[in-house]
Design a protein around this ligand. Sequence first.
Ligand code: NAD
Ligand code: GDD
Length: 327
Amino acid sequence: MKKALVCGAGGFIGGHLVNRLKSEGYWVRGVDIKENEYDNNNSDEFVIGDLRDPLVASKVVTADLDEIYQLAADMGGAGFVFTGTNDAAIMHNSVLCNLNILEAAKDKGVRRIFYSSSACMYPEYNQMDPNNPKCSEESAYPAAPDSEYGWEKLFSERLFLAYQKNHGIEARIARFHNIFGPQGTWDGGREKAPAAVCRKVAMAEDGGSIEIWGDGQQTRSFLIVDECVDGIRRLMNSDFSGPVNLGSEEMISLNDFAKMVIDISGKNLTINNIPGPLGVRGRNSDNHLIQEKLGWAPSTPLRKGVEKTYDWITEQVQKKVLVPVEA
Ligand code: NAD
Ligand code: GDD
């Protein structure tokens, strides 16, 4: 039986990944600073621990592990990473997790490690035209990410590759492009656009309006979490290190995305574009390399993923509204 460690198992993608590994027959240890809020605690062993502490990393990384999946990071959507107010914490916290996990893996002789990078590491200068963004893997340099979150991801990609070069670690690196789905953060300030828009639509009165940050012409692509987890497993089982994009190529403007969610809801709502943290003007995954190296690329239509996410968020909103407030 293969043994895996999932760092960030209390989070969105980590929780789904634990379920996937269990369904494949793995023994799984999860680690996170918090429990998984949405019943995804299906690891065989779940350790509550802070990976900024090297002693915690050295405790959870044991010599009997076949694989490590490093997804623990201080992360969020535009309202968290693009305001500037969390920059020092994001860089400090995430880089310490990466350093400690790699050092422990080197010491314990665990070879294969997956690292979750982000499309936020691509240069801003290639993402100014909403209709024609460039995010092919080789366009990463000269580097000019638009956020400190993106700079940390770029540095950490290089860190994993340096451990591969000097310490025999087999790194597998994917650059995620806006992953969404059930069990993802949907309120509280760290939620990304797909969940935020589903929440706003679910909470709106029929005949009312929802707020969308910016002019709504900015573009993104959104990937359903099931395909993200599938891509992680395919990359891990391949002999290709990456970095490689893991995202959808179905680019859409934010206003068109909001219209899609409104249509799914069956409500009659108008869109009110307001100022907010924006990030890059346009972004889309480029899947040529993943198709070439893995013979596979994500293919689920956006609307299919949004339908099930909207249903799940509607349930969460109803649960929250129905919970009686203590006097
Ligand atoms: P998430 O916030 O749901 O999960 C990250 C988990 O890491 C959280 O549960 C958090 O508690 C944990 N964590 C943070 N600091 C920790 C620490 N010091 N010790 C232990 N655990 C700690 O986010 P997610 O969407 O599941 O993202 C997973 C990974 O994928 C992250 O590295 C993120 O940067 C990357 N990523 C995600 C997206 C996306 O769209 N979701 C896009 C690009 C990259
Ligand atoms: N979060 C959010 N909430 N974004 C909104 C909203 C809202 O209510 N309304 C409009 N937007 C717009 C943002 O202004 C931004 O232009 C766009 O929707 C996408 O926002 P996010 O989904 O929050 O983030 P992102 O795509 O810019 O970046 C995310 O994806 C990266 C990977 O592709 C972040 O989660 C990054 O941390 C991640 O690495």
